[in-house]
Design a protein around this ligand. Sequence first.
Ligand code: EPU
Length: 421
Amino acid sequence: MDCFVITGGNRLRGQVTIKGSKNAALPIMAASILTEGETVLKGVPELADVEHLSFILEKLGVAVMRDEQRNIRLKVEDEMNCLAEYELVRKMRASVCVMGPLLAKRRYARVSLPGGCNIGDRPIGLHLQGMEALGGETELVSGDIHVKAKRLKGAEIFMGGPFGSTVLGTANVMMAACLAEGTTVIESAACEPEVVDLADYLNACGAGITGHGTPRITIEGVKSLHGCEYTVIPDRIESGTFMVAAAITNGDVKLANCRLDHLLAVVDRLRAIGVNVERDGDGAQISSSRHLEPVSVTTQPYPGFPTDLQAQFMALLSLAGGNSIVTEKIFPDRFVHVAELNRMGARLRKEGPTVIVEGVKQLVGAPVMASDLRASAALVMAGLCAKGQTKIARVYHIDRGYEHIEERLTALGADIKRLPE
Ligand code: EPU
């Protein structure tokens, strides 16, 4: 296992190019199960999660390869195996998004029920409700969900849950409905750009999806889908993380390949904190003069503030001149970073799904532990500005979602090294 050793205090300057979106690429790769012919995906980041899904897809009979241009090529070669087993699903919850495509194309899926993870319980009841509404029969056997259907039929499906709509649930049902007979309407659908990207990919393969990006998605079922060439959207969470990195180091950084229109709530909060964010061609320029105002941040479904940037913002707000309030409305237990940031001198007090952030003048380096992807990113942010050295153990968590982050931060002037633990 590797660790990062960061010596804080360097201002970040220069340009970084944002990679393609992990959370768009994963369901799109899974959707290739639905298609005949080859899919060529451009801009898929080189991440542990992408490799892991490639491995699962290969077991499901999809040939997956990175070509010389670093595109991912996917082609279904064998439809016999419909099982995504526990050992594979356990390592990456997003594996559950093979369920919809398997059910629609092969009429059967056996997918291990993913357990909880460090950010909470993470149920999939809404995914199953959607499959059942389309005519799937579901059964839980020894921790695996078996879903089967002789034929799928379009239906009206409500996807809202106690914490809003579900992103991968919407993706799963939308994928299954593409090959169902007739019309499916998903109400209270997730509006996240990653869902829109999946719908755009499916339409490029011949699907009949409209309304994506709104809470009502309509899908006219078609007989078959073909392959296509498709470029995934830039990763808005990686963009937001580099924005925080620039802000927390009092830096001046240009983000290329950054969709500011996917980051309106984030830009709104950054500007309220006092960070300058300017549109610049296909990207954005971020600079900060380090007087940070305290603000309230509440995570919400898109277009609200994303839960996947809550931890990184908490690191930034630790240095604001007053008390900030951070409330988590998507995953109320997503706070594993709080105790670690406190080890670095932050003053964070958790009260239910809210953290009161009392701003301090300076964070101080310390040995800390990464225990979830975005929490690890928050520790890196804190390490970049802390006095002295920060050692972050178990950085495999960060490798799941950020491609070579240490090299890209080094190119911007950070002092960060990857070492074997
Ligand atoms: N929920 C239910 N029932 C369900 C499904 C979800 O109650 O059947 C609840 C969840 O417990 C949560 C809320 O609904 O409270 C939203 O969860 P959602 O299903 O939208 O999460 P997800 O689709 O499993 C994706 C991202 C997450 C991101 C969330 C929220 C991928 C691969 N994962 O997860 O990304 O936090 O949406 O935006 O797209 C990350 O990248 O670090 C990450 C965790």
